[in-house]
Design a protein around this ligand. Structure first.
Ligand SMILES: NC(=O)c1ccc[n+]([C@@H]2O[C@H](COP(=O)([O-])OP(=O)(O)OC[C@H]3O[C@@H](n4cnc5c(N)ncnc54)[C@H](O)[C@@H]3O)[C@@H](O)[C@H]2O)c1
Length: 376
């Protein structure tokens, strides 16, 4: 096997056809966590990785693992749209589901090339450059760890496990293998939320953040760590790291399940509150940012519409909404997640947010569940 023709010096010998470039993707999200050691970045088994322009100029081969309802609507659909928008950038090589009929349906509807019902067979035949793994929560850690160990860059769903122990163990595998990974916390990619954050940052520091997740009939006891993680993570996305938090868990007589109020103090001094109301009789998410003389409000019906309103000095300065004709996967950030994942693979960097970046959000959700167990 010869050396690549151009690009920086690669630091490791070609073991099993892999090359390592220490400078390739050691970047970290702006979390203040130091860059960790780079590990081999594999573009398909047996391929030489050349960092600088290599990924940009070649088709990224993507596979989807798990073809259930969420996968179809919020991953297969935006992947297909991205592939249509960027025909020379990605190839949707395979869809894999234990239920082969589901995989075949995803192939038919969204243009994935081959259907599989066996993950090993799919990986060995297709050598994908990246996988989007959207499986039931109890399987996330097992399959995620498998992809990490194989060195296949991947997107995994939230929550990263069914317990804090599982999440921490998966994070250990991620650190040990160094495999580029991304957790699908799509609120970080809601276009109008990010526009509101940018508007706010131009006005000055955020004093308060308020996140509210209202749901209808969500009685599952795991709500706080399985869905509530979105509210916690969105608050961290908006403001930054949480220095301390406290949660109250209310179970009013007659209520079907617990509701939660999580108060946060961020490292930068901002205060925040995340309200989780799983049985509020309707579905809505809202994000509110307050500063000196201004307010930003983002409200979503999850996800048919998203509205953004920005007030300053007593008047409404900006009011806009998602386009009614555009697919919901744009409104909820799912399309921009694809942009991030493919962009990272092409640039030879780790996608954001990775498991390390999302872990603090998961910890808060699991700790609240653990502390409140038996008390409500
Ligand atoms: N980000 C969000 O807002 C959001 C919303 C809903 C669901 N989710 C997440 O999406 C994930 C999937 O949810 P869903 O509702 O689509 O679940 P689902 O049960 O409808 O579908 C999961 C699919 O994965 C398949 N599968 C399971 N193990 C597999 C394996 N080893 N190999 C291949 N396929 C396998 C199943 O056969 C099934 O078709 C969950 O982890 C959930 O937490 C996220």
């Amino acid at each position: 096997m010869g050396l690549p023709e151009s690009g920086r010096t690669l630091s490791a010998p070609p073991i099993g056809g892999l090359w390592r470039d220490e400078s390739c993707w050691a970047g970290r999200p702006s979390s203040g966590i130091p860059a960790r050691q780079a590990k081999p970045f594999r573009f398909g088994a047996g391929m030489i990785v050349q960092c600088s322009d290599f990924g940009r100029n070649r088709m990224i081969r993507l596979a989807l693992i798990g073809c259930g309802g969420h996968s179809r609507q919020q991953h297969a659909a935006p992947l297909a749209r991205y592939a249509a928008d960027h025909p020379k950038a990605v190839r949707l090589v395979a869809a894999c589901d234990l239920d082969r009929a589901r995989a075949e349906r995803v192939c038919d509807e969204f243009g994935f090339a081959h259907a599989y019902s066996d993950l090993n067979e799919m990986l060995e035949r297709e050598h994908p450059d990246g996988c989007v793994c959207i499986v039931p929560v109890p399987s996330i850690v097992e399959l995620g760890a498998e992809l990490f160990r194989r060195g296949i860059p991947c997107v995994i769903e939230k929550p990263p496990g069914v317990s804090l122990e599982e999440a921490e163990s998966l994070a250990e595998v991620a650190r040990a293998t160094g495999t580029p990974n991304m957790v699908s916390v799509n609120r970080r990619f809601i276009p109008l939320l990010n526009r509101g954050i940018a508007w706010a940052r131009d006005r000055g520091p955020i004093f308060r953040v308020r996140v509210s997740l209202l749901r209808h009939g969500r009685r599952e006891p795991e709500f706080v760590w399985s869905t509530g993680i979105h509210g916690i993570d969105a608050a961290r996305h908006i403001v930054g790291e949480v220095a301390k938090w406290e949660a109250s868990v209310h179970r009013t007589p007659g209520s079907a399940t617990a509701w939660y109020t999580i108060r946060m103090t961020f490292a930068n001094g901002c205060r925040g509150v995340v309200e989780l109301a799983p049985t509020a009789g309707m579905v809505e998410e809202s994000y509110e940012l307050l500063g000196e003389g201004w307010r930003v409000q983002v409200v979503s019906t999850v996800w048919e519409s998203v509205t953004l309103r920005c007030w300053r000095d007593g008047r409404l300065e900006l009011e806009t909404a998602s386009r009614p004709d555009q697919p919901v996967f744009f409104n909820c950030g799912a399309y921009d997640e694809v942009v991030e994942f493919v962009g990272a693979l092409k640039a030879g960097r780790s996608p954001r947010p990775d498991l390390e970046a999302v872990l603090p959000s998961a910890r808060i959700g699991f700790e609240i569940a653990g502390r409140s167990a038996g008390t409500c």
